[in-house]
Design a protein around this ligand. Structure first.
Ligand SMILES: [Zn+2]
Ligand SMILES: [Zn+2]
Length: 112
């Protein structure tokens, strides 16, 4: 039985702004190694030494963030011009701009 913690740094692309995102993870592991491993449930015990690499790789993959963010408050990219809004924004109008409503907005503008 192997128990312990696996720690690793990770780097990825921010899901919102596509900038660099990074962090660290820690995975707690408690796994059984057997000479006749059924590879779904346990790890293979070969000889006198444990090969911890498959265990560490599996643990790290499970802990990786599904949606990496450069920061919790990342503002992402402008849906109109693609500017990185973390850098102070862009000149586009506020994002009520659903194209399905744009026609109505222009009608309303004419009536006033
Ligand atoms: Zn970001
Ligand atoms: Zn913009």
């Amino acid at each position: 039985m192997v128990s312990g913690a696996v720690t690793a740094p990770w780097e990825a692309e921010c899901r919102r702004c596509l900038g660099p995102a990074q962090g660290g993870l820690e995975a707690r592991v408690r796994e059984l190694f057997e000479p006749d491993a059924d590879l779904e449930e346990t790890y293979r015990l070969g000889g006198e030494q444990l090969d911890l690499e498959p265990l560490a790789r599996d643990a790290v993959l499970l802990e990786l963030p599904l949606a990496a963010l450069c920061s919790e408050g990342c503002l992402g990219l402008c849906p109109t011009c693609g500017a990185n809004l973390n850098g102070g924004g862009c000149a586009c109008p506020p994002a009520s701009a659903d194209p399905r409503w744009a026609a109505l907005d222009s009608l309303r503008g004419q009536g006033e």
